[in-house]
Design a protein around this ligand. Structure first.
Ligand code: AMP
Ligand code: TRP
Length: 327
């Protein structure tokens, strides 16, 4: 069975973008692949997090993974810090990564451009830790949203460099990015990614949003003044995004949806998108409450970490030996 590895940062509550771009695909793949999924809590603290809030987010994230359909019997689910090999290999790989490479990472460049000052060293070297997260498990594929593709490509460069210097150690992982739904945009500004750090809170739908609030965000999504429902990503990015969301969740093609609403107003299309989204959220939220009430989370995490550590520790042992870190 081929293997997949991926992670999500529990910085805030998980979003519809996380669900469509990543989480939902983990669920789809878990029957045909060996799926390893972790909560990337080390990645969160590249920026200050309120401790009580962070701790709550971790628990929510695990519960949501399961509520969205990840089955702990099929997939390995764990907390990154419960497998210390992540931090160990993360440090080691930072010694095989050039500053020039890190400087070229779009996410980092965007942060620098915003000029917020005080970017932590952890934020800068974060792609090295992400490379470790992946290479520890020698996966075939890494299912991610579009924004993470560059980091997986860097991971491949680091792996190739290491393999060349020593001997074949790491398998080359392939990023797996969906054609539809790889980059869900903000509802209030379709030029920006839908993101947990949305300040206005109008552009981002959270999986645990109250259904009425979620509906309201969709009904007031920014569109355009063209006045016709059609698929035009350049001139009608807001509309395109709404159709992409509905297509991702309903399994219907974007063309089919656009065709259905072509003679109707934007309001009708928005109502349809809201119906599709709210039906999905309702299902997830119901399961979420059941998962929380069931009290299985601690056991799932402990089991997951135990299974993951067997693979991860073997990789670190091999890497240490190859580098000469042991006698
Ligand atoms: P993050 O929340 O940044 O840890 O992202 C976790 C996963 O969700 C990664 O695979 C991201 O690429 C994906 N993701 C995050 N936001 C979006 C979005 N707006 N559209 C599609 N995928 C996303
Ligand atoms: N960096 C990813 C994000 O912000 C999360 C992540 C961390 C990840 N480690 C990973 C994703 C390893 C895939 C594989 O979205």
């Amino acid at each position: 069975m081929k293997r997949m590895v991926s992670g999500i940062k529990p910085t805030g509550s998980l979003t519809l973008g996380n669900y469509i771009g990543a989480l939902r695909n983990f669920v789809r793949y878990q029957d045909d692949y060996e799926m390893i999924v972790f909560i990337a809590n080390l990645h969160c603290i590249t920026e200050y997090q309120d401790p009580a809030q962070l701790s709550k987010n971790l628990k929510d994230a695990v519960a949501l993974y399961i509520a969205c359909g990840l089955d702990p019997k099929k997939s390995t689910i764990f907390l990154q810090t419960d497998v210390p090999a992540h931090a160990t290999l993360g440090y080691i790989l930072s010694c095989y990564t050039y500053m020039g490479e890190l400087n070229r990472m779009t996410q980092f460049k965007d942060r620098m451009a915003k000029n917020e000052g005080n970017i932590s060293a952890g934020m800068y070297t974060y792609p090295c830790l992400m490379a470790a997260d992946i290479l520890l498990y020698n996966p075939d594929y890494v299912p991610v949203g579009d924004d993470q593709k560059q980091h997986v490509e860097l991971t491949r460069d680091i792996a190739a460099r290491f393999n060349n210097k020593y001997t074949e150690t790491f398998k080359m992982p392939e990023p797996l990015v969906q054609k539809v739904g790889a980059r869900i945009m903000s509802l209030s500004d379709p030029s920006k990614k839908m993101s947990k750090s949305d300040e206005t809170n109008k552009g981002c739908i959270y999986l645990l949003d109250d259904l009425k609030a979620a509906r309201k965000k969709i009904m007031s999504a920014v569109t355009d003044s063209v006045g016709a429902v059609q698929l035009d990503k350049v001139n009608q990015p807001g509309l395109y995004n709404l159709i992409e969301i509905a297509s991702s969740l309903s399994g219907r093609s974007m063309e089919e949806i656009a065709e259905e609403f072509k003679d109707q107003g934007y309001g009708s299309l928005k109502r349809y998108v809201a119906d599709v989204v709210c039906a999905e959220l309702e299902k997830i939220q119901k399961r979420y409450q059941e998962v929380l009430d069931s009290g299985i989370l601690e056991e799932v995490m402990a089991e997951g970490a135990k299974k993951a550590a067997v693979i991860a520790d073997a990789t670190v042992a091999d890497v240490k030996k190859k580098i000469g870190l042991q006698f």
